[in-house]
Ligand binder design. Structure first.
Ligand SMILES: [Zn+2]
Length: 655
């Protein structure tokens, strides 16, 4: 384990809690130790309460905070004595424990403390750190793992057999510590879960963590294991994007909600997916029960989602007997397929990423364990108990923080600027993942949202457009919505000065590009779990052309006809195709300040007047067009296809 401690940086900390924040971030930065809110830390600080009385305060990491970027407000201040008393109880539900912990807070506004607070309280040392290191999980997930851990650390650690997270694990560990700890004890190892290290300062607790983890890594290395599957001779091959879209549709249907699905082609997960013993090593279960929340107990081998769902139902029926539990959706979160390699899924981009990040750690643990006796996970009943933990079940009733399009994917052309950008941002705001296509090579820089992928592409080229869709579908799994916003606005020129090259360019992008794009999108939209939707960005010029704009007006009108035909052809497929016709949207790449000034002058107006020269006297922005388009793609428009909506503030020639 890399020791990331830097004494100079640590010296700038303003006190014990600040040093604990610093140490927590170091732990959080190591994905082989903690992931997605896992692990926790604490410090004990003597303080005075409002009345001036001495009180020992346990600052423990709150649940739901990620250590990698935690701050002091991610720590809950608890009255140490009250938490300590909880260990005297032989039984307590986790809901009741959390209630007690909240009651022991010194601040009513503080976030809910970690469910492992009891162990933090019982250990007398001032600083405690807890992580789930892969190396230790690998050793504990083998036959005879407990004996190996005891041999490895001797009297430096207290070893506690696996117990369910929450009161059971925290109180079992606290009692084992009270019974067995000696002057030489530096850590408590919870089998199949993780390790707690302690010290008089966060520095000491952190360094003990480094020691304990490094020793486990050395044990794995001494046993001749390099922790990796052999790299297969043949790497991952491109797959048909429709096959991926079909898999996404199956997963979404099983999940009962559209899902984000991602194919991973990195060497590490590919090598694992090609193991000849994949069934034996991958079907035992996760490396620590906490993982189950994101990855489910086992991955789907192959692509038969229906059978996976049936097996999940059987697993639920078997372990829920006599308990009143609400079954979770039976869709897989991880797919291991000989042709696709690893594919991960989730009802939103974050859940998909968590499944991917966590499954990669599980692969690491499995491969390490295979080197020291063979991977042997906890029985399914233990994993089920965590999956259906009362604290997890109680979250189900609460409304998820999600947008209208969460789990759905939109392709937006011309996404780098202007109306395309306005549409992409409006869709991201409503929870969609967006694949932005644009001729601008910087299209991926439009936003750093993980729900956005920009792919540079020339839409007049069929091959480039198809290749860009391949990249987008590998990332998000399919496409539900299309916003065709890319367009070329050639320089004004009268018909008498017809420029064949400029004409052809406008036709290539605005007409050929449109029909190619729609033709490529149709089979993908057919696989949209909630039905495909298309928004075509037309122009005021379709109804009201302008002098000097023959190429633009004719090409936009042709594109408009293509959209109308698509609406006719695709209605039977449940795909809606609607158009908007914006006018005078000036915050686009087309409109430079110089051009705006020149036009305003030509009409004898100020720039402000020129921008609002419509019946309503309103300014029309890209963001406003984006809002209308997003609304059109939503459920409100379910009975509408083939519609043409002007977004122009009212124009006599159009009305
Ligand atoms: Zn833990």
């Amino acid at each position: 384990m890399q020791n990331r401690w830097n004494d100079e940086q640590a010296a700038t900390c303003s006190g014990l809690l600040d040093e604990c924040v610093y140490a927590s971030r170091l732990l959080g930065a190591d994905t082989a130790l903690v992931l997605h809110g896992g692990g926790n830390t604490s410090v004990k600080i003597p303080e005075r309460d409002l009345y001036g009385d001495a009180v020992d305060v346990l600052y423990v990491k709150a649940s739901g905070y990620d250590m990698v970027d935690i701050d002091v407000d991610g720590f809950s201040p608890l009255v140490l004595d009250r938490v300590n008393k909880l260990v005297e109880l032989s039984e307590l539900s986790d809901t009741a424990m959390l209630n007690e912990l909240r009651g022991a807070l010194l601040s009513a506004e503080a976030p809910t403390p970690s469910v492992e607070a009891i162990l933090h309280a019982v250990v007398p040392n001032r600083a405690v750190m807890h992580a789930h290191p892969n190396a230790l999980l690998a050793i504990s997930n083998t036959v005879g793992g407990e004996a190996k851990v005891r041999d490895l650390y001797g009297n430096r650690v207290v070893v506690v057999p696996y117990a369910m997270s929450g009161f059971k694990a925290a109180s079992a560990a606290a009692r084992a510590y009270q019974a067995e700890a000696t002057d030489t004890t530096e850590a408590v190892v919870l089998m199949n879960h993780g390790v707690f290290t302690f010290g008089d300062t966060p520095r000491e607790a952190y360094h003990r963590m480094v020691d304990i983890v490094t020793k486990a890594e050395a044990f794995l290395a001494d046993n001749g294991h390099n922790g990796r599957s052999p790299i297969p001779a043949a790497g991952p091959q491109p797959v048909d994007r429709l096959e991926l879209a079909r898999l996404r549709k199956d997963i979404s249907e099983a999940a009962g909600t559209p899902c984000i699905v991602r194919r991973h082609t990195d060497e590490f997960s590919w090598a694992f997916s090609q193991r000849p013993d994949l069934g034996a090593v991958s079907q035992q279960g996760v490396a620590t029960p906490d993982h189950v929340i994101w990855t489910k107990r086992v991955p789907l081998l192959g692509r038969d989602v229906a059978t996976y769902a049936k097996d999940y139902q059987a697993y639920f029926d078997e372990y829920s007997v006599g308990r009143s539990l609400q079954m979770l959706d039976p869709a897989p979160r991880v797919v291991l397929d000989p042709k696709f390699g690893m594919v991960t899924a989730g009802p939103d981009v974050h859940a998909e990423q968590a499944a991917a990040d966590i499954y990669k750690q599980i692969i690491d643990v499995i491969e390490k364990a295979e080197g020291v006796g063979g991977y042997s996970a906890l029985p399914a009943s233990d994993i089920f108990d965590l999956e259906y933990w009362e604290l997890e079940q109680s979250k189900l009733g609460r409304a998820r923080d999600e947008g209208e399009f969460t789990g759905e994917v939109a392709v937006v052309t011309g996404a780098n600027s202007g109306i395309g950008r306005g549409c992409a941002l409006a869709l991201l705001e409503r929870g969609a993942a967006v694949i932005g296509l644009d001729i601008n090579p910087n299209v991926d820089d439009m936003t750093d949202s993980p729900a956005y992928l920009g792919v540079p592409c020339d839409l007049s080229s069929l091959e480039e457009t198809a290749a860009a869709l391949d990249v987008g579908v590998e990332r998000f799994g399919g496409v539900d919505m299309l916003v065709a916003a890319a367009g070329l606005f050639p320089e004004s020129s009268p018909i008498s000065a017809h420029d064949p090259a400029a004409w052809r360019r406008a036709m290539a992008v605005n007409v050929d590009g449109m029909v190619q794009l729609l033709s490529l999108m149709h089979p993908l939209l057919l696989h949209a779990p909630s039905g495909g939707r298309v928004a075509v960005i037309g122009s005021k010029n379709v109804a009201a052309p302008g002098p000097g704009a023959s190429a633009y007006s004719a090409s936009k009108t042709a594109a408009n006809q293509i959209a109308r035909v698509a609406a006719l052809e695709w209605a039977k497929d449940g795909i809606r195709v609607n158009s908007v016709h914006p006018d005078a949207v000036f915050d686009t790449a087309l409109w430079t300040p110089e051009l705006l000034a020149e036009r305003a002058e030509r009409y004898g107006m100020t720039i402000e007047e020129y921008k609002r020269r419509n019946l309503m006297g309103v300014e029309i922005t890209s963001a406003a067009v984006g809002e209308v388009v997003a609304t059109m793609l939503g459920d409100i428009f379910y009975p509408i296809t083939g519609a043409h909506i002007p977004i122009d503030g009212g124009n006599e020639r159009v009305i």
